[in-house]
Design a binder for this molecule. Structure first.
Ligand SMILES: [Zn+2]
Length: 124
């Protein structure tokens, strides 16, 4: 780790950060930047963390099945479009569960739910 001058990828603002490579320094500066671009990158990262908890590596810790890596990538791309404001919401059916990502007033909600049904039909 060394002190490097990072540049925000969106607004060009610079900041001294501790990093190993120039791209890492730029990434850290962007993540920390108060410009709209920095805000979007932070939002995307939070969305990624949440997805990880619900469908990714950390999902089993929360009682969910993790999806296949290629499925994760597809959903993560969709989620990124929601972070960017290109898509408002989406619901994806995964086995017996629903994953719903919605964007309202700049806030993004991610929720996975499971419906449990029990019962049967009884003939006379
Ligand atoms: Zn910036």
């Amino acid at each position: 780790m060394q002190e490097m001058l990072g540049t925000c990828m969106y607004c060009g603002q610079t900041k001294i950060v501790k990093a190993q490579t120039q791209s890492e320094a730029n990434e850290m500066t962007t993540l920390d930047c108060s410009c709209p671009g920095g805000e979007m990158v932070r939002r995307k990262k939070q969305v990624e963390d949440q997805l990880d908890q619900l469908i990714g590596e950390l999902a089993p810790d929360n009682g969910w099945d993790a999806v296949k890596p290629e499925v994760y990538r597809t959903i993560s791309e969709l989620a990124a479009k929601i972070s960017e404001g290109e898509i408002t919401s989406c619901t994806i059916r995964i086995d017996e569960t629903n994953l719903r990502i919605t964007r309202t007033k700049g806030r993004i909600n991610i929720e996975r739910s499971k419906t449990i049904r029990q019962g049967g039909s009884i003939e006379k």
